[in-house]
Write a protein that binds this ligand. Structure first.
Ligand code: FES
Length: 161
């Protein structure tokens, strides 16, 4: 299935390109825009990015496979990332990780059968001073404990799909 950027996103990419000295440097923000439009990054998406930026597909592929924030398969409506790196781990990240796994019945990079949630164990997200923390889509939730996570999950479980 082919992928084409919307007109609006092509304009956004043009703006992004102006901020960087080379098109290669614009691969990461362009991938963000693509993921926002398509939900995840496919071969066709990478080809389109390579065409639009005038870079090699291998340049796009190497970024996609290096960073964990780009998804190569569909994720849930709410993509939950749990940091289990040192600061978060020392402050109870695994208790939170295990709690979410049990509560949603999914493991690392899995999606609930209704497509509402997906889960990912990640490295440091740069919020160590507020450990332990999780991210749900683009939002950070910090200074957490099991009870606070349960509250957050409950509000999402009760929300519309
Ligand atoms: S260790 Fe978790 S945000 Fe840095």
């Amino acid at each position: 299935m082919t992928f084409k950027f919307t007109e609006e996103n092509l304009k956004r990419i043009e703006e992004v390109k102006k901020k960087y000295p080379t098109s290669l440097a614009a691969v990461m923000p362009t991938l963000y825009i693509a993921q926002e439009q398509n939900g995840y990054i496919t071969n066709e998406v990478m080809e389109e990015i390579a065409n639009v930026l005038g870079v090699g597909k291998i340049d796009v592929l190497s970024v996609v496979t290096f960073y964990t924030m780009y998804h190569t398969k569909p994720m849930g409506k709410y993509h939950i990332q749990v940091c289990t790196n040192v600061s978060c781990m020392l402050r109870g990240a695994y208790e939170i990780w295990n709690f979410i796994k049990e509560r949603l019945g999914i493991d690392h990079m899995e999606v609930t059968s209704d497509g509402k949630f997906s889960l990912e164990e990640v490295e440091c997200m740069g919020a160590c001073g507020y450990a332990p923390m999780i991210a749900i889509n683009e939002d950070y939730y910090e200074n957490l404990n099991k009870e606070k996570v349960e509250e957050i999950l409950n509000s999402l479980l009760n929300s519309e799909l």
